[in-house]
Unconditional design. Structure first.
Length: 48
């Protein structure tokens, strides 16, 4: 099982998403805004 990521969804476009994420392993390490193309997005859970 992989790491769980939590963060802020900053933008959604036709090309992918922009998000600021942290892992459950290192919660405060290296949080920065990143672009993820749709081909790299496995799932998005907005319930949390």
């Amino acid at each position: 099982m992989g790491a769980t990521y939590r963060g802020t969804l900053n933008a959604v476009t036709d090309l992918g998403i922009v998000a600021t994420l942290s892992t459950d392993v290192q919660p405060e390490t290296e949080q920065r805004e990143r672009f993820y193309p749709w081909s790299a997005v496995l799932s998005v859970d907005l319930s949390g």
